[in-house]
Structure formats: C-alpha cells, structure tokens
Design a protein around this ligand. Structure first.
Ligand code: NAP
Length: 339
C-alpha cells in the first residue's frame, strides 16, 4: 500500500486573465485529500499535458466545455497512477489518462481510460493519444487530402501540427509546414521530412506560399488563424478544404480581432472551411490509434515531447505554449509512474 499524504497541493484559477495569461492568474493551495468513496478511486498525478485550448477554459464564455470556476483547481489532461480504489474498473498501480487537474492527487473522473500495458506513456501523451487523434481526424476526415495534392499546415512543428503534416506526407501529398524559428523549420525538413518549411517569424508567409504553391493550396490544416489564415486564403486551389483545428494566435486577445478580411476567396475558389472537435470522432478511435502506432513504430512519424519538471513550475510551463518555447508536445512530470 503506498504512503498517501493527508493533503494535496493544487494550482487554483485565481482570476480570469485579461489578454495574455500570466502566472498571477493562478494561486497555490494545499487541501485535505478526501476519503475515497464507494465507486471512486484516488490517483497520484504523474504527468500533466498542456494544450492551448486550456486558455479558453479560463474565460467565462460559452464553449465546448464549461469554464473552470474561480477558486477551483485548473482543469487539465494528464496521466496518473491509481493509489487507492473502491471502483470496480481500477486497481492500485493502474496507469490512467484523461481529464484531471493541476493537482498532486485527483479523485476518479468518468472519462479516465487505462494506459494499455506495455505501451510507452510518452506515446499516449502525444502522437498516439488525443494529439495524434486530432491530427488524424482533422486532416483525413475534414481535409480529405488526395495523393499529389499540396497540403499546408500551420503550427507545423507543434504537437498536433507535426503529426498532421506527417500524415499528409504518408498519404503522398506535397507538404509545406509553417512554424516559428529556424530550429523548428530545420526539424520539419530533416526529421518530419516535409517538402518545405516557412518561418513565419522571419519570412513573408504570403510571398513564400505564392512561390511554393503556384497551382494553389488544396488542403490547409490550421492551428493558428489570424494573418496566417489570411495568407493561405489568398493562395487557395479550386475546391480547397480548410480544416480549422485551432486559432492560437487569437486565444490571448483582450479584444476579439476582426477578420479574416478575405473570406471572399472561398467563394472564388469554391472552397470549404470546416471546424472540428476531436471528441466527435471517438467511436473510430481504435482504428485511428492502430494507424498512429504503426506509423510511429515504422519511423514514419517523428515526434518530440518537451518534458518540464516540478509541480511548482506548472503555470510557467503552460505559458511556454504561447511564446513557442515548447519543442513538441508540452508535458510536465509531477511524479514517477510506479506506485
Ligand atoms: P502546440 O502546437 O504543440 O503548441 C502551440 C504552438 O503554437 C507553439 O509552439 C507556437 O509554435 C504556436 N504559436 C503560439 N502562439 C502563436 C501565434 N501567436 N501565432 C502563430 N503560432 C503561435 O500545441 P497543440 O496542443 O498541438 O495545439 C495546436 C492547436 O490545436 C491549437 O490551436 C489547439 O487549440 C488546437 N487543438 C484543437 C483540437 C480540436 O479538437 N479541434 C484538439 C487539440 C488541440 P511556433 O513556435 O511555431 O510559433
């Protein structure tokens, strides 16, 4: 039986951010760990994962899930080891993943799944978990790329974008990634083996897209929105498909941006722009995960996991997503995965 402390630390949402999220939006608290009730379980967090969309959960606005309440632990996906269980599906030592919080210990949540034995937890946190599934369904179902087509991906060196770009390459497309900085662009060319990379921080994206895509862009997998979406809209091929995955360039806006100013290009090019949520595809998750595991095992998908350490560093780790410090899937290790 593991030694379970009487209290757990949590990072609480202290106030709703105005503009760019800051560490002052969170406060550290220590609270008693409640008794495990019948039908429930207690788990110690091993890894937390960070997603840009968590910024939206901090605002009191209508979204695809309710906002985090002020004074509550910040909601976050993670992986934990069960330390005590009165739940029929879980036993001490089981590694589980799903929705958790910025806490040391968490009680059972209905959405938890067990990490299959023998599977590398790093894969479940990244390319063979929610991140990979987002890339898979967004690119293949919404983008519908055909071999020989030109696919552009923004946020291409990030967790989701890098998988989407490489699936497009696997499907025989010509793939151009847009990312911030020389090092990320080099990784896209050398490790992800894309056809071209554009550094949006030092290059004119519209001019580079025009030069690289003389026949237009057939599929755009967009993680960023804003001016990059506008640049792509001006370079679409006929019948282009845009899969709207995310809009990180707008998440910290204190006042909403107007635009894109050139949506008319969708009419000219008979294009389609479609948003999607990964949760809607869970009935097909097993087949997608099998494909993703196979591609990673075959060396067809390269990925990076950016592991930070220390419970106290959770808020600063979250901020890394918004200045591009993260090199691949952003996670933070809270404790070891064994009991
Ligand atoms: P990520 O791409 O690994 O990390 C975020 C990256 O965004 C940063 O590394 C940075 O890369 C880039 N970025 C930050 N601020 C930017 C700005 N102002 N302009 C341009 N790029 C900026 O994160 P992720 O978890 O994979 O998420 C990627 C996107 O997918 C997000 O928009 C997220 O909301 C979305 N998402 C959607 C779903 C869904 O179901 N639709 C599910 C999960 C995630 P650079 O260094 O290249 O700037």
């Amino acid at each position: 039986m593991p030694n379970i402390p009487a209290t757990s630390r949590h990072w609480l949402l202290a106030r709703r951010p105005k503009g760019l999220v800051s560490t002052d939006d969170f406060s550290l608290a220590e609270q008693p760990i409640p008794e495990v009730a019948d039908g429930s379980a207690l788990a110690r967090i091993c890894y937390l994962t960070f997603e840009p969309a968590m910024r939206g959960w901090m605002d009191d606005v209508v979204s695809y899930m309710p906002p985090v309440e002020l004074g509550e632990p910040m909601r976050a996906p993670g992986m934990a080891v069960v330390v005590e269980s009165k739940h029929p599906d879980f036993a001490p030592g089981d590694l589980v993943f799903g929705m958790m919080s910025w806490s040391e210990y968490v009680t059972h949540h209905a959405g938890w799944s067990k990490v299959p034995s023998g599977v590398d937890p790093e894969l479940v946190l990244g390319p063979a978990g929610g991140t990979g599934l987002t890339a898979y369904f967004g690119l293949l179902d919404v983008g519908q790329p055909q071999a020989g087509e030109t696919v552009v991906v923004s946020g291409a060196a990030g967790a989701t974008g890098s998988v989407a770009a490489q699936i497009a390459r696997i499907k025989g497309c010509r793939v151009i990634g847009i990312a911030g900085g020389e090092e990320k662009c080099r990784w896209l060319l050398e490790q992800a083996r894309l056809d071209a990379a554009i550094d949006y921080k030092s290059e004119n994206v519209a001019a580079r897209l025009k030069a690289l895509c003389p026949d237009g862009i057939d599929v755009f997998f967009d993680n960023v929105g804003g001016s990059i979406l506008e640049a792509v809209l001006n370079n679409l091929a006929m019948d282009a498909r845009i899969a709207l995955c995310g809009m990180i360039s707008t998440y910290n806006d204190a006042t909403p941006q107007s635009g894109p100013a050139n949506l008319f290009q969708l009419i000219v090019r008979r294009g389609t722009l479609q948003g999607f949520m990964v949760f809607d595809y869970m009935d097909r998750r097993d087949q997608a995960l099998a494909d993703l595991f196979n591609w990673v095992a075959a060396g067809e998908i390269a990925f990076r996991t950016d592991v930070q350490h220390g419970f106290e560093n959770i808020p600063t780790t979250f901020l890394r997503l918004f200045d591009g410090s993260n090199q691949g899937k952003q996670v933070l290790k809270v404790s070891d995965t064994d009991l």
